[in-house]
Design a protein around this ligand. Structure first.
Ligand code: FES
Length: 87
């Protein structure tokens, strides 16, 4: 599990294994637009303010992954214990 801080909403959620960041946030009433749910369309792209992303989408370039400024919340997860998102 890891922690996701929704900075603008002022809410912190715990994301257990097998649950997407997208769904964990939706459970707390933070709804991010989604479409494919598989990391291929880019609809759920969300700005990352802090924390390292474990990118599992098939959309971002190597440079974008390394830049660590956005993530696809339908698929991607945290590499560490905590992510801070601009939502
Ligand atoms: Fe398509 Fe996340 S909903 S990339």
């Amino acid at each position: 599990p890891f922690e996701v801080v929704a900075e603008r909403s002022g809410i912190t959620v715990i994301v257990p294994p097998g649950v997407s960041v997208l769904d964990a946030l939706a459970d707390q009433g933070i709804h991010i637009a989604t479409s494919c749910g598989e990391g291929v369309c880019g609809t759920c792209e969300t700005k990352v303010l802090a924390g390292e992303v474990d990118h599992r989408d098939s959309l971002l370039t190597e440079e974008e992954r390394t830049a660590n400024t956005v993530m696809m919340v339908c698929r991607s997860r945290a590499r560490g214990a905590r992510l801070v998102l601009d939502v």
